[in-house]
Design a protein around this ligand. Sequence first.
Ligand code: 8LQ
Length: 473
Amino acid sequence: MEEWNFPPSYRNDYFPDANSPYWFRDRETMDPEKRDELIVARIREVMAYAYDHSPFYQRKWDEAGIKANDIRTLADFEEVPVVTKQELRDSQAKNPPFGDYLCCPESDIHHIHGTSGTTGRPTAFGISRRDWETIANNHARIMWGMGLRPGDTVFVAAILSLYMGSWGALIGAERLGCKAFPFGAGAPGMTARAVTWLGMMKPAGLYSTPSYALRLAEVAREEGVDPREFGIKVLFFSGEPGGSIPSIRDKIQQIYGAKVVDCGTMAELTPWMHASGSADTEGMLLWQDVVYTEVADPKTNRRVPYGEQGTPIYTHLERTSQPMIRMVSGDLTHWVMEDNPCGRTYPRLPKGIYGRIDDMFQIRGENVYPSAIAEVLEGLSGYGGEHRIIISRGGSMDELAVKAEFDQEVAGRGPDAVRSLGEKAEAELSRVLGVRARVVMVEPDTFPRTDFKAQRVVDDRDLYQSLNQKRGG
Ligand code: 8LQ
């Protein structure tokens, strides 16, 4: 059925009917129970392949007493032990450079990438040519679902280095027959140049992080350009929360006059677009025939029912070089199974991925996500576009303070307007988060902007103490 094979073998000249909203109609719209049966059979094949080709999986599954052929249902699959990032690092430290979960000969490696984080030992991705083509085919298919078409110009505004995001968007655009523009990001002055090039090329699609799309719009305005003049139809984002947060999504859609699509899971799970919205469906669909995703209880690693929250656990169904089988993400989300407006029969993450469980903090018993604070601030008129979250973990009770910029318009209206915006932000944050948040309003452009993923949480006890003294708290 529609090139659903293992190992995958896609025809690089395949295109769907120009009027079809689907790249592979059957795979995307089939009865989900039927799909689940096919996924179970595919899992057995992928597990048998990984077992035969990697000491890592042999060790892991022998220890757990699990064999590929034992997997008869999706519930059986929940018995398979999860893979953590730390295990991958350890495997690469002992078996450099690609780890003993590399399932192809090193001579088959076509691209090397790696984790883009700055702390800890990085992990290397060795991606075979076959996998590279599979990734391109999967991304082209999902980008077709976003409404992008052959001949469209796709502008990639993210760092073209280790980061898999940019490369994944680029090769998807190439396979889709688009005019792919690997513009990149991150060099000095590059955002202003992006504004010029966007005006010249008028791309149908723009790929970046949500934070960078907001930054780009600010710089465009500084240059006297309305971002709507770029003529973008679809902004597709990955890397951080934002694309499924209504206040942020709506703001960006309004600024650019374009549709926002949220996608992306983890670089290890490339084709990372396997969680992605579509032209007609908001949030993220789980394209289960590409990467099988379970939303699971983080304590038991077993699936939670639809409607509930959990951490995504991912399994590659189409990768042969470094297949991830039950890789645990450490993120939090909730999933639903409903009729989707686009007709695809996949489960969906209606609010996208909230963020990493590690990034969550507890304030007097309430779980607070940085993305929830961004959501509230972005919804306030007069907010200047950046903020920092300051947590005091020192005293007997954790406290939360937010430094938020006001915009030029509020600045022009004077101190009363600033004070009133601060009070509004405090009230709204307290209402939404369920805990008191102290808000300090700061001048426009106080904080540096990012051309990658935003980092907003600061553990700054000194600042918090000075705040307490000022307020007599
Ligand atoms: N993360 C990634 N995409 C996210 C999204 N759409 N919403 C919320 N959080 C998201 C290469 C792709 O951009 C995926 C990627 O960013 O991979 P990384 O660099 O390995 O980072 C993975 C983490 O980014 C995830 O665990 C999420 O916390 C976040």
